[in-house]
Write a protein that binds this ligand. Structure first.
Ligand SMILES: [Zn+2]
Length: 176
């Protein structure tokens, strides 16, 4: 078990074995957006969903390690530990977390994430043999959290998952 205050709190509050991550940005400095991924399979197949997954044995009960692993595997975003606090902690030094039922979702405020290289890496992984965990998304795209529409693109059969919809409803950008 890790010694993170965040993880201890989550364990004591009875959080489950799942964890999610919000990738938030102000798109072009003006539009609040989050990055969602189009799921290749499972419960939300074909829908736009948050990066999320289950704690695995090698995460050793650490929600932060699990969340950063999922972010790398599903969205191909690698957060160096030296940047974690800047991205995920609020002005009081606490990791921003929104609970969706028993699932904690870590909320990161990012700057300068570009879809193109992420989608290139996602395509590369999907077209090469490799572990399933690296091949869970078809692509990622920004979603405007006020209009709930995709940014700068038409997506056929566009649907935001119920899980992501719940998160968007709880996301208060004035408190980020
Ligand atoms: Zn931890």
């Amino acid at each position: 078990m890790c010694n993170h205050r965040t993880c201890k709190n989550l364990r004591s509050r009875g959080a489950g074995r799942g964890v999610g991550v919000v990738v938030f940005e102000m798109y072009k400095g003006a539009t609040p957006v989050i990055l969602l991924g189009n799921e290749r399979g499972g419960q939300y197949q074909g829908e736009m969903n948050l990066c999320a997954g289950k704690l695995e044995p090698h995460d050793k009960g650490c929600y932060i390690v699990a969340a950063m692993r999922e972010l790398s595997e599903e969205f191909k975003i690698n957060v160096p530990f030296s940047n974690f606090d800047n991205i995920f902690k609020n002005s009081k030094g606490r990791v921003r977390i929104i609970m969706l039922g028993k699932t904690p979702v870590l909320v990161g405020v990012f700057h300068g994430i570009s879809r193109t290289p992420l989608n290139q890496e996602i395509s590369r992984c999907n077209s090469t043999p490799g572990p399933h965990s690296q091949r869970e998304m078809n692509f990622v795209n920004w979603i405007n959290i006020q209009t709930r529409a995709p940014i700068d693109t038409q997506l056929p059969n566009f649907k935001i998952s119920s899980f992501a919809q719940s998160l968007i409803s709880k996301l208060d950008i004035s408190r980020l």
